[in-house]
Design a protein around this ligand. Structure first.
Ligand code: CMP
Length: 138
């Protein structure tokens, strides 16, 4: 069965001009692009997106980074899209991410780890609603 997942291409990806390359990897895999937008997060949107991390030691730096410049938000769709994207991204810490994964190939530090992908069906539904209306999904 087909699932939707939310992917963010973080400010480091835009700065390093890697958006096309990362999106291309997901498309080549066979995931369908269902929605796409460029935006700059407000601190309020960042708090909504990362609400499970509020209060953690890295939270202030996380919000500062994710609001530091434009990002690209995507909804990708396909069978097991959530797990597929997580596998393609690799572990959160790029040090642990094997070559061949996105973080393994493009990132060195946890705070600038290129992409975000929803971790469950519940998170995907909640996160997609932060970025897209039903009319913006195709
Ligand atoms: P992401 O998948 O976007 O979800 C939370 C983000 O917090 C994570 O990627 C990292 O970029 C960032 N982060 C920074 N420090 C940590 C940490 N110690 N543990 C988990 N996430 C961290």
């Amino acid at each position: 069965i087909s699932e939707n997942t939310l992917v963010l291409l973080k400010p480091d990806t835009v700065l390093r001009k890697l958006c096309g390359e990362i999106l291309s990897r997901f498309e080549r895999k066979g995931l369908t692009l269902t929605a796409l937008k460029m935006l700059k997060l407000t601190p309020e949107m960042a708090a909504e997106h990362y609400r499970e991390h509020i209060g953690k030691p890295f939270y202030p730096d996380l919000v500062e980074f994710i609001t530091s410049g434009p990002i690209v938000a995507l909804v990708l769709t396909g069978p097991n899209a959530i797990k597929t994207v997580r596998t393609m991204m690799g572990p959160t810490n790029p040090v642990d991410a094997p070559p061949g994964t996105i973080r393994g190939d493009y990132a060195t530090v946890m705070s600038n780890n290129i992409v975000h992908g929803s971790d469950s069906l519940t998170s995907a539904q909640r996160e997609i609603a932060i970025y897209f209306t039903d009319q913006e999904m195709f």
